[in-house]
Design a protein around this ligand. Sequence first.
Ligand SMILES: [Cu+2]
Length: 271
Amino acid sequence: MKTSGRLDGLLFVLFFIIGLIACIWYLIRHDPGFLPLASEHGGFIDNLFVVTLIITGIVFILTHVLLVFFTFRYKGNGNGEKAFWYPDNKKLEIIWTIVPAVIIVALIVWGQVGWAKIFHTNPPDDAFVVEIVGEQFAWNIRYPGEDGEFGRTNPELITRTNPIGLDRTDPAAEDDIVVLNELRVPLDHPVLLKLRSKDVIHSVFLPNFRVKMDAVPGMTTTFSFKPTVEGEFDLLCAELCGLGHYRMRGYVVVQPMEELEVWLSEQREMN
Ligand SMILES: [Cu+2]
């Protein structure tokens, strides 16, 4: 069995090198980048992802190169060698504990500070407010209308034509506009999303805007962001919410406020 140890080692090195090349080739072929960015805060999230990927990538490659090197360098030759007993090295252990700890804490603090800015900062009073009510398997999008106020809803009033159970006897509900799967938001203007769900947990996912937030039955969750690119984008559900989850898909239209107001008044006439 003299040669088998050597063969195993060579196979391992070969496996490692082929695997590494395959990973790099895959990354180059399939653009690992994010979808085009269309929101103000998204740049921070992208940077955080990229920096984390670079740091963990360097550590990944370094540790694996060392792993292969040591296995190869100190392999047995079948001559009955005894392993060298190396119980501990305080200095080395302190270094490899403190260095990763500092890097990880720095990443976490950076992430937390940025996230607090995105999530725990109150949106301005003139933010464009939209309500999204998830259901299996669609998004009901409600605009508050001219009064800027959402009217009362009542689950008992839910019908095919009144998917969120809007109580039209409430004066605030009179000008509310409810559309299906069509989220329109103004360009370069803060948007506040109010999310609810009629049945199970859904997750509002706007990949281009780096927005993802659960819509939970019985409560209202929020997310505010500022769209910075005009166009049409995806509105997806990121929570496996049932058999039709895959088709729970809407779209987002970002357009200048004036155009959006024209569209809203058209919808008001139809509603
Ligand atoms: Cu869903």
